[in-house]
Structures are given as structure tokens and as C-alpha cells.
Design a protein around this ligand. Sequence first.
Ligand code: PMP
Length: 388
Amino acid sequence: MDGTSSLRHSALMESVDQAISIKYNNLVYDLKATGHDIITLSLGESYFDVPAPDFGGIDPGELHHYAHSRGLPELRRQLAKYYGDQFGLPVDPDHEILITAGSKVAIYLALLATVEPGDEVVVLEPFWLSYPTQVRLCGGMPVMVPHDVEIFELARYLTGRTRAIIINNPNNPSGRVYTAAELEFLHELADRHGLLLVVDEAYNEFVAPGTRFVSCGAADPDKRHTMTVNSMSKNYGISGWRVGYVIAHQALVEQILKVNQHLITCAPTPLMRYLADHFDSLIERTRPQIQHVVATRNEVAGWLAARGIEVLPGEATFYLFASLGRSALGSDEFAERLLRESGVSVVPGIAYGDSCDRHIRISVGTETPERIRRGLDAIGRLIESSGG
Ligand code: PMP
């Protein structure tokens, strides 16, 4: 294709950048397609052995058609039971949960339902990179909190325009899990200032062995101010299926439902049906694999330490947020050179906030330990050779 288009784009869209992690992943897909062997430490997912879905038993009258816009009732009931049984968060499947095409869009729908133009939303660095862009797409202003600021200092980032705080627990990219005291403090803050607490728990199963995950919403069973977002993508190892969900007060779900009807209609019907029918067996199959990748993550933390590379504190997920130490490069240039010179892909820390440009995200979800080691060797070499 050549030639220029005279069509005008909206200033808002022009101001939005590509999601840096996805941009890198597309680069990796393109390089692999042209025969390059890339040690891929950039993907935001973990590859599991999951059975290919068999839709054979599903009634064709259901299989090919739209489903309920709140999500298939049977899957809503399974998810409500999951949160109730596992985390003590009671969920009414008819009114307090909505399933949509991934948690990414679930967060956006919730922000659309909450944020007025000019409203502020507090986002903690390192943030999952779509939060600030989604806030801007709603006409809001993300207020970024640098990564070295303690949760207990958050009050100074609030103004009369603050409407919401978004947290990601466990955190992508650091692997950090919030403490009980921190969650309690966030609830107090939300109550005191009338804020919505958006809690993204996409990695809730990926905690260290012996750790019990505490869902933030459990301390707010009436959902006065807490909205929980989660996804089948990571816990079930099926990111490509695009099934995520939001748990919130009935009144907020009613608002989200309207936008979902206008933008999405419903999550894919056959996939919701399959998930409802195999809900427990699938998570039983992925749980040992999740434990394995979390153990790998924590072993890799040791390998990095042995190379003198520091990471932000964390013990969950399959990510490590590693410091560039003595390197004089910014994280984007570092990641770009690492890929070009050594065939190793990571995500530059700048994607996760301005305070994170001295870091890179390393994902250990898709490579063998031997290839991860080779990737770390290349990272160590580039840190040394690019020292200021
Ligand atoms: N939240 C976090 C923290 C994530 O890392 C991701 C995916 N990388 C998502 C939400 C989105 O997940 P999905 O849209 O696949 O449900």
C-alpha cells in the first residue's frame, strides 16, 4: 500500500501510543516468522499444557450465537462460587458479575462508567501499561505514583478530582503481592475519599507455594467501593480466548452492562460454554503448572542475584522487574539493542512508568530454564558493556 490518506484522525487517538509490550511481541512474532531464533522473555503469558477445546457436545443452537450480555449464566455461577469459596468474597451471579471479552476491556468499561472528563485516577508504578491509556481514553487524567513511594503515602496524590485508584495484585511486572496492612489502608482511603478501588487480580493463582492469596474485595463484601477484575487468560493459560470478568456493586455492573452491550455484546459463546462445563478440571490441570512457573520465577531471581542484577521486591507471577544497574542506556534502547545484538526480547521498564526507565521486565513463562539462563547471560553482558 502506498499514498497518503487525507482522512483526519481524532487528536485523542493520535495522542495514544502502541502498547509497548505488545509492540515488542509483534516484533518478536515477525522475527520468528523470518526464521530468527529469539529467546522470548517479553511475552505476558505462561504457556501451559491445556487441552484443545472440543465443541462437539455443545448444542448448535447455542454454539454459534450470541449469549447473555452479562455472560453465560452457568459461567457466572462458577466464577461467583470461585470467589466465594476461595477468597470469601460473596458474589451474586445474577447482579454482581459481568463476563466480557477479556479483563482489559472489563477495566476500560468500568472506567468509562466512572470517569468524567478531567477526573483523576491514581495509578501506581510499575503499572500495567494499559491503565493510564485507558484513563486518557475516557477523558480522565492518570496520576502516576513513582515506584518507590509507599502505599501509606498515597493520600498526597489525591485531589478533589480523584475518582479511583487502580492496583494490580499480584503486580505485573514486579511480582509483588500487597500486604494485609496495605489493603486495609487502601480500603480506608477509598472510604474516606469516596473513591472506586479497581483491583486487577489477573495473576491471583500465581502466588508462592504456601501463600494464601487475599482478595482485596473480601474486606468489602457489600462492594461499596471495590471493583475486582479478573480473567481466564493467565489462570487458565488461555489468553487468546479473550474471556475476563468484573465483580462489582450491582449499580456499577448495570452501568458496565450498557457499555458492554454497545461495544462487545458478549464474550465468545462457545468458549464460555466450554469453560462453564470444564471450570474445575481446567484449573486443576493448570494449578501444578502455575506452581512450577512461580517456582521458576523465584529460582531466576536467584540467578539474577548471582549475576549482581537486582530486582524490585516480589515473589508472585512469572515476571521479574530487573534493574539495569550500571548500564548507561535507557530501558527502550537497552531492550532494542538486546533484541538486535543477542536475539533476546524483554520489555523496557519505561512501559511501566517514568520511574521505571532503569528496569526491564523479564517474563519466564514461555522459555526453558536453559534458554532463560542464556537470556540472562546476554542481559548481564549488555549491562556490563553499556556501563556509563
Ligand atoms: N491485567 C494485567 C495486570 C495483565 O497483565 C493483563 C494481560 N497482560 C491483563 C489485565 C489483561 O488480560 P486479558 O485482557 O487477557 O484478560
